[in-house]
Design a protein around this ligand. Sequence first.
Ligand SMILES: [Fe+2]
Ligand SMILES: [Fe+2]
Length: 490
Amino acid sequence: MPDDNKYISKMGERLIQALFRLLQVVKIHQPNNALFIESIKEFREALAAISAERDTPTLRVIRGRFYLDEERLNLAAALVRTADKLIEYLEARSIHGLRFYMTSDLADEEIVKFVRLLNQAEREDDPLAWLQVRFDVEDCALVELLTEHDLKSSGSGAGSEEEGDDEGRKSSRQTTASMVRKTYSHALTSIVTMTKKLASQQRVGIQKSKRVIQTLIDILSEDESILLGMSTIRNYDDYTYTHSVNVAILAMCLGKRLGLGRPSIEQLGLCALFHDLGKVEVPLDLIQKTGALTQAEYDEVKTHSVHSVSQILRLNADHGLKKKILLPPFEHHLGADLSGYPKSDRTAPLSLYGRILMVADIYDAMTSGRTYRPEPISPDKALKHMVDYAGGKIDAIVMKAFIDMIGVYPVGTLLFLDTREVGLVLETPEGAENSRPRIILLQRGPGDTLLKGARADLAERDPATGTFLRNIIRCFHPTDYGIQPADFLV
Ligand SMILES: [Fe+2]
Ligand SMILES: [Fe+2]
């Protein structure tokens, strides 16, 4: 509606003006200067006004025009020059948008930190890459920088009009792949930082985790298989951290398959990322112990799901959000039949998020070589074990959706073929052919190295005889052969 757009344009104008002014003022004045203080106030008020209307508002630049979220701003003539200068400023840093995370207790220092970093980036060879690292290192939670890719993957109407041909899709997949790698590492840093801060009793926010989860959802809406490929990452030294990120990815993909909407997938992702936070209260030598645990030790490890709840309560985050993400971490070892732990008189069934989280957690734990169970199980065997528990400890409907999602041979499974070739499962088509995945062939390189070869589709048949060109003889866990599947798949 025109009136709505007028209102939104006014709010956008105010933000653009305040931001541009602040960027200039911070360059030349000291923090105690009156203009400096006034500019921060103006910016804060402009942002607060928009944030009161919209959750995490995003200022985007699409083909030389400003948009607030999905709406194009009709700027007053007097502001066009400022807007053009701000666009030029952002373009010089390859920034295509700014997503704001306003909080009621936002400190002036947070605003100054973000503005200073933006200004400093001008001197760098690759300003965007530099900014992304600095934002991470300095825990800059106020703003998320959006790249050209972010605009496309978020389905921004105006940003995706020009896509389409095969080349475009190929390069889009490559861009997505690099985005996934970067986001995975951000997710890892966020959970490592949180855990360390919690362990040393420091105040811990969740803005960074929220940003990571939102980016993962953007990627999920574009390419599920690339995200599932990333969940095959294994790191034995940092098991708990990679496990948390993998479980978040698997749970979110599964949530989407089960029809959850974006806000629910976001909550589920946070639950999953935080589900094992309680391990900070379990002695590290127990978490890292090789060999079997004694009963007393196992009892102590089992307290972690309750501790996860208390750690989430300690987080510096919106109370309403915390309430929504508490239960599934508490439930994640309870079992759909309530036979697990912690023991209680409860008779209420497990929540949906709890059932999803359990499946993702068990699968990742089984296929990872944990310190106290050094032999990882191959993905297909893990699925078979899990199917045995479906209908009891594991929810049967969620399990069925999980198998539909990852296929009989999950992404990252190492396959030996009757052609004497070796390949890694890349993705599984939906439906009837889900026992015949698409794979990446592996070739021997110099020394003992393995190189990424061509792609092959195991459903492909010989046109002359009608028989399949390649058949699976055996499958293995990739780590049996020292292979990190994500290196080949993403
Ligand atoms: Fe756990
Ligand atoms: Fe876990």
